[in-house]
Design a protein around this ligand. Structure first.
Ligand code: SAH
Length: 286
């Protein structure tokens, strides 16, 4: 297996270059680092479940610390929900974390299943950071991060028992991504996706959804696009869970924290007006 390091081979389009640039240069955004410092699991996704309201009370000097720990706990809980949906994974299985960020979910998957995981990201900075974390935890022989494009991973055909995307599909063409995942999955292998998607029922993208796209330089897809692209690529849904109500508390807490980035209001508006959903989709390769 060769490791591709030439940016021109990994970043094919102007869009991909701007996404990579975003993740390479937003590295010190406090919401991304302060939360990871809590226990060394670095996430670039949102949280799930109710927050403990007591974090908002108590001494003023430590209020912020409490909120940060609570946000981090909810983000870790989100990754647990994703890993639960992967089904039975043996220590001998190989997994792919497509769009792996700073690698928190991959580290958790290795802790839970003891298996090998490859993560790919188009941010060279993130790949270096995530590999360092794997090294620090002594799992670098099993958890490896690569500077590669998820649309063309270079990994072996049929080599994966499961693949997940945790909030990354808004950066890619779904047919291209699911085509590559179908190639990599063994027969009966599972694909799990957690994503925000727009609601076909409320029509074309709302202003709030457009603001999210603009903030992250992404293209949120409509809900329908997911099921069309899955069906086109031999991926058959086994469960679809609407996580919208479960993620709203995270955003409400984050809006009151020192690590708020300004995108909290569009998320809360979009979820509450029904123009946007937070979905988990699990599908099997046939
Ligand atoms: N899944 C991670 C990170 C989500 S942020 C987590 O849950 O913490 C989105 C990630 O998608 C970033 O790491 C970004 O570099 C990656 N990404 C976007 N487009 C990509 C592409 N075409 N190939 C590989 N990674 C991509």
């Amino acid at each position: 297996m060769t490791t591709t390091t030439n940016p021109a081979d990994v970043l094919r389009t102007t869009f991909q270059k701007s996404v990579a640039n975003y993740w390479n240069t937003n590295q010190n955004d406090p919401v991304n680092l302060r939360l990871g410092e809590v226990d060394g699991l670095y996430h670039h996704h949102y949280g799930l479940g109710p927050y403990d309201p007591s974090v908002l009370e108590g001494p003023e000097e430590t209020r912020n610390e409490r909120i940060i720990e609570e946000l981090h706990r909810l983000e870790t809980a989100q990754a647990e929900v994703l890993l639960d949906a992967l089904g039975a994974i043996a220590p001998t299985d190989r997994l792919l974390d497509a769009g792996s960020g700073r690698g928190g979910s991959s580290i958790m998957a290795n802790q839970r299943f003891g298996c090998e995981i490859d993560g790919v990201s188009i941010s060279e900075y993130q790949v270096g950071f995530a590999n360092e974390q794997a090294q620090l935890r002594g799992v670098a022989d099993k958890v490896r991060f690569h500077f590669r494009n998820m649309l063309e991973t270079g990994l072996e055909t049929g080599s994966r028992r499961a693949i997940w995307t945790n909030e990354t599909t808004m950066y890619v063409d779904l047919d291209e991504a699911f085509g590559e995942f179908a190639r990599l999955l063994e027969f009966g292998g599972r694909y799990v996706c957690i994503t925000g998607c727009s609601n076909d029922v409320t029509g074309l993208r709302s202003k709030a959804v457009s603001r999210i796209d603009e903030h992250y330089i992404c293209n949120i897809h409509p809900r329908s696009a997911y099921f069309k692209a899955l069906a086109n690529n031999g991926l058959v849904p086994i469960s679809v869970v609407d996580l919208t109500a479960d993620t709203i508390p995270y955003w409400e807490l984050r809006a009151q924290s020192s690590v708020a980035t300004g995108i909290e209001d569009p998320f809360l508006t979009a979820y509450k007006e029904g123009s946007f959903h937070y979905l988990l989709i699990a599908a099997d390769r046939i």
